[in-house]
Ligand binder design. Sequence first.
Ligand code: MRU
Length: 382
Amino acid sequence: MKVNGQHFRTIWLKPDDETVVQLIDQRFLPHRFVIEDVRTVEQMATAIREMHVRGAGLIGASAGYGMYLAAIEATARSTTVGIDEQLARAAAQLKATRPTAVNLSWAVERQLGNVAKGKNAKEKVGLALRTARSIADEDAEHCRMIGQHGLELIRQLARKKAGKFAMANPSGGGPINVLTHCNAGWLAFVDYGSATAPIYAAHDSGLPVHVWVAETRPRNQGSKLTAWELGEHGVPHTIIADSAAGHLMQRGTVDLVIVGTDRTTSTGDVANKIGTYLKALAAKDNNVPFYVALPSSSFDWNLRDGLKDIPIEERSADEVKQADGWFEGQQVEVRVAPERSPAANYGFDVTPGHLVTGLITERGVCEANEKSIRALFPEQAL
Ligand code: MRU
């Protein structure tokens, strides 16, 4: 996607030194656009843990590149520990960074499986590089395809809306209003985004869309990241407080909700940023279609009960008690709660499949239940 008119992915290899990974350091957005050089698996683990990079797809791609850096380091180091053992340690280190997004372990396992096929150190580094590139390229391509399938849904809604309004008001029904939560935009993937891909596709095809962007306390991925990237692409949008979503749905000003997911079970339960579940409940009560957009790398084929089985990340209480922003040319942090009050910070919640209208994947749209998901992905045997 574009930043200041220039095309960027969120992660790539440094053009003049392919032993360095470059990424957009999201901690500084929307105030500053900072590119970070990552040279070691340790640095990549920090970048994931401390949320320089974030979002399911990008966490997976970062882990893929992290394993490539680990392979380079392992071959350069003269040690009695074999390269496979060093890679196994790097894999464990990366997997421990964040618990909820399944793309992380998926990417690391894919790397371990492929690198094991190398007969010597040079071959292993080559395989790790190829795998890291494939993970990133596939992520971008799958999101692009999600955009095409989601565009069809938005077109159908636009036709329905125009038809409904044609009787009462021949000037038409206005833009399609999409509500989204957190950032499942291109910043959360390698390109396009999952929840935003249909929005970008609609906007680019000339279909008027407007996005309600839920701010997403405590880290404000909505107001900081989604609003920024929509703005860079020229998509009309409005930031709302998280708690305003139900009100807007009751007033009929939301045509559909599209969110992303960090992990979705084979039965259609959806883990996503905290606050998603409440939006799904409000959508159900108001007959607003509630879609979840995801590449297949965000399915956890081994889990059946999202509420019981998906690990929910708990983060520092400081994220709730403090807020950061831009003041007189500097990024500053302020406390917004009594110093001595305790706070709890659950990063994600689980929306049961029965509250989800449909899943938008790279293969098309399916219902959020096991039969429909498996029909789209028959190779994922039970
Ligand atoms: O904690 P984050 O920012 O890594 O949260 C993950 C997310 O971006 C959201 O939950 C998102 O909606 C789904 S991941 C594409």
